[in-house]
Design a protein around this ligand. Structure first.
Ligand code: GDP
Length: 420
């Protein structure tokens, strides 16, 4: 997997606008549908005496897997183009999509925004675009989808395009740079092949637009940061923490430290895709073993870093947050659960230092009494248990978080500074 760069891709957009169908279509047309799905189809097709590999079967099988929860979180779906390997970083339709978009094992580099041509910009279109912007997604490709439902009319496409451009301007995305493609995920128009149904469109297909994305910057210059997802005991090896390298390099022989558990040692083995490797880079999911570390010494939520530049543990931290949905108001003293990388820790909002203009980011009001849905604010936060977190300006991968309460994501934010 080293011959092409990797892209982590989020597929975002309002429910029912066609995200899952588009992912299915991308997998299907790039020949990336998992082998067992194809096998299952062959059997079914033979039983029913049908020929051809129908797209509908792929979708049924993917839907079934989603329901069983198989593809979520761990088994990321992958496809490739001439330039890149793409990993879909979250499963569209998953109820924790927004949370995972923020704290997920992998932060997306770029995103495809799916907007149905027959519906236009809808509430989750706004929410996801806003989040994508807050969380530093670089490029957005907009699939104006379900073109078949509006008779492939150029007017309908332009209408939705204008709505989205207006939204992008509102949240200060570089609206002029965004690539728009009229698609039908269901029929396959302009996904991998230019469609005869849209003779008025001369731009790239969705796959061409994906292939033309700029290369993501791999943060190998930053120190190692590897949030621990799970800790296993494997016979013959011992304790094996697993997680994804967010920044830096994990190497055999390196001296590492786990924070906030505050233990460390020398890396003995590194394993990736069931094979031993000498080192791992950003984006690699690894299991590794550290001399002298037992199962009870470390836990999910710890971050592994170099012993001489260990991950920061915050006593308090300042952050910029955006309140997405809260039924009432948020005041100082509020203590919801913060989800940052792989950790979940109750944190108290100690003070609301300023309310910000959501469009410009400038201070609108100093020390407001409360904030509510739609507000952006600067706040000071005190974790109730040790939490390893970093300023987003230094290590963006470890500088964002989601705030959850009452079973939903109520706010998202980025760390401005940390007091150790
Ligand atoms: P999601 O909630 O955004 O993941 O949306 P889905 O992919 O589940 O699609 C919702 C519904 O819209 C399903 O019934 C799809 O078959 C249908 N759909 C998706 N894309 C298209 C399209 O391009 N054209 C048409 N006619 N229907 C579509």
């Amino acid at each position: 997997m080293a011959d092409k760069p990797h892209q982590n891709l989020a597929v975002i957009g309002h429910v029912d606008h066609g995200k899952s169908t588009m992912v299915g279509r991308l997998l299907f047309e790039t020949g990336s549908v998992p082998e067992h799905v194809i096998e299952q189809h062959r059997e079914e097709a033979e039983e029913k005496g049908k020929g051809g590999f129908e797209f509908a079967y792929v979708m049924d099988n993917l839907a079934e897997e989603r329901e069983r929860g198989v593809t979520i979180d761990i088994a990321h779906q992958e496809f490739d183009t001439d330039s890149y390997y793409f990993t879909i970083v979250d499963c569209p339709g998953h109820r924790d999509f927004v949370k995972n978009m923020i704290t997920g094992a992998s932060q997306a580099d770029n995103a495809v925004l799916v907007v149905a041509a027959d519906d236009g910009v809808a509430p989750q279109t706004r929410e996801h675009v806003f989040l994508a912007r807050t969380l530093g997604i670089d490029e957005l490709i907009i699939a104006v989808n379900k073109m078949d439902l509006v008779d492939y009319k150029e007017d309908s496409y332009n209408d939705v395009k204008e709505q989205v451009q207006k939204l992008l301007k509102q949240v200060r995305f570089r609206a002029d740079d965004a690539t728009f493609v009229p698609t039908s995920a269901f029929e396959g128009d302009n996904v991998s092949e230019a469609s005869d149904n849209t003779p008025w469109y001369s731009g790239p297909t969705l796959l061409e637009a994906l292939n033309d994305l700029p290369e993501p910057q791999t943060p190998t210059d930053a120190p190692l940061r590897l949030p621990i997802q799970d800790v296993y005991t494997i016979s013959g090896i011992g304790t094996v923490p697993v997680g994804r390298v967010e920044t830096g390099i994990l190497e055999i022989g390196a001296n590492v430290s786990f924070q906030p558990s505050d233990v460390g040692g020398e890396v003995k083995t590194v394993e990736m895709h069931h094979e031993e490797v000498p080192k791992a880079e950003p984006g690699d999911n690894v299991g590794f073993n550290v001399r002298g570390i037992g199962k009870d010494d470390i836990r999910r939520g710890d971050v592994c870093g170099p012993a001489d530049d260990p991950p920061t543990v915050a006593e308090t931290f300042q952050a910029q947050i955006v309140v997405m949905q809260h039924p009432s108001v948020i005041t100082a003293g509020y203590t919801p659960v913060f989800h940052a990388h792989t950790s979940q820790v109750a944190c108290t909002i100690e003070s609301i230092d300023a309310k910000l203009d959501p469009a410009s980011g400038e201070v609108a009001e100093e020390n407001p009494d409360f904030i509510q849905s739609g507000d952006a604010a600067k706040v000071t936060i005190r974790p109730q248990k040790p939490l390893s977190i970093e300023p987003a300006s230094e290590i963006p991968e470890l500088g964002s978080f989601a705030i959850r309460d009452m079973g939903q994501t109520i706010a998202a934010g980025q760390v401005l500074s940390v007091d150790e």
